[in-house]
Ligand binder design. Structure first.
Ligand SMILES: Nc1nc2c(ncn2[C@@H]2O[C@H](COP(=O)(O)OP(=O)(O)O)[C@@H](O)[C@H]2O)c(=O)[nH]1
Ligand SMILES: [Mg+2]
Length: 335
């Protein structure tokens, strides 16, 4: 397992207003996180860089639940976002956050000089966000240098982002919206599904607009274990690399902290708890999720806690416990 719990002396506990005794902070000790960044992702970035010349606008997709964590600084350095090419930041999966945070998130980005921001839900091709992408992008291109020097009647856009944020879904949603056509590019719940580099897909007619789908490129350095846990919870890193039980434990901490206890019914347990092992074990028993292991007595049946952890994470990722912004957003007004 990648993470070990820190044995900190007397971690303060907190009695929540629901009477639950829980950890006040999620404490983890550092272990080697180097393997969270697979090398092949860096190669993807090289190809994107060479293609950049033929691109009129870069659409960077990110998960709205983690506006602070995990945006790849290499995109800025290697692809010159906001300086070289018109750039639109699409915060996708807006259905999984409380949109009352929108202004705070916009202020946070504006403070970094990023002003072209759009919130989307790719599960709804007819929604306002998806509809406004082509008009916004056309406007950005018109205002850029490229418009003055080019007579071309077609545009090429590059869609970039870390794995599993919805790049392929965005392309499919645009096609469904504007061309009334089905899926052209593969969507998957597992990070890293887009394997072929730079697929070119038409999403609009008159003018013809092509989108380059790209494989996700993960941040090269995960600065803290908590950042890694957030990225894993948002399914941008494969679960087993971080450890399902640890991600589930972090989720439990987050839900309890927010006073959200709908996991109790979802996992078929009796009451809120701050103990992940107990929670997963009881849930496995209630669902009859049993696995066989070999021990000194021969084959024994034990509750399959890994399966309960997977179910718990799935619940979060499909919004079963409500919306949740995973990052605290620094407010530039309060600097
Ligand atoms: N709830 C929600 N899920 C989404 C949204 N967009 C994409 N997804 C899901 O996120 C996962 C990753 O999508 P995909 O397009 O393959 O991401 P990519 O790796 O960036 O290309 C899939 O399970 C999608 O169904 C969205 O707006 N809302
Ligand atoms: Mg993809």
């Amino acid at each position: 397992m990648a993470i070990t719990k820190a044995r900190l002396p007397n971690v303060a506990s907190l009695v929540t207003r629901h009477g639950l005794l829980m950890r006040e902070a999620f404490n983890v000790a550092h272990t080697d996180m180097a393997h969270w960044f697979p090398g092949h992702m860096a190669r993807g970035l090289n190809k994107m860089q060479t293609k950049l010349k033929s691109v009129d606008c870069v659409i960077e997709v990110h998960d709205a639940r983690i506006p602070v964590s995990g945006r790849n600084p290499q995109f800025e350095k290697r692809l010159g976002l906001t300086t070289l090419k018109p750039h639109l930041l699409v915060l996708n999966k807006m259905d999984l956050i409380d949109m009352r945070n929108k202004n705070k998130i916009m202020r946070y980005y504006a403070d970094q000089g990023i002003n072209n921001i759009l919130f989307t839900n790719c599960k709804k091709p007819d929604s306002k966000g998806i509809k406004s992408i082509i008009p916004i992008v056309s406007e950005l291109i018109r205002k850029s240098e490229r418009f003055n020097r080019s007579e071309e009647a077609s545009y090429q856009l590059m869609v970039i982002g870390i794995p599993n944020v919805g790049k392929s879904s965005l392309i499919n949603a645009l096609r469904a919206k504007h061309l009334r056509r089905g899926k052209a590019t593969l969507v998957g719940g597992i990070p890293g599904i887009t394997q072929s580099v730079l697929e070119r897909i038409k999403v609009y007619e008159n003018p013809a607009v092509y989108l380059l789908d790209t494989p996700g490129v993960m941040v090269p350095k995960i600065k803290s274990v908590e950042m890694g846990l957030k990225l894993a919870l948002a399914a941008t890193i494969k679960d087993h690399l971080v450890g399902e039980i640890d991600i589930a434990d972090y989720l439990l901490y987050k839900l309890n902290y927010a006073g959200r206890h709908s996991y109790v019914d979802y996992l078929k347990v009796d009451e809120p708890t701050d103990n992940i092992q107990q929670l997963l074990k009881l849930s496995a028993v209630r669902h009859s999720w049993i696995k066989k292991i070999r021990d000194h007595r021969g084959m024994t049946e034990v509750p399959d806690t890994l399966l309960s952890a997977g179910r718990f994470l799935k619940g979060f990722r499909t919004g079963a416990f409500g919306t949740m912004l995973l990052d605290d957003i620094p407010d530039p007004l309060q600097k």
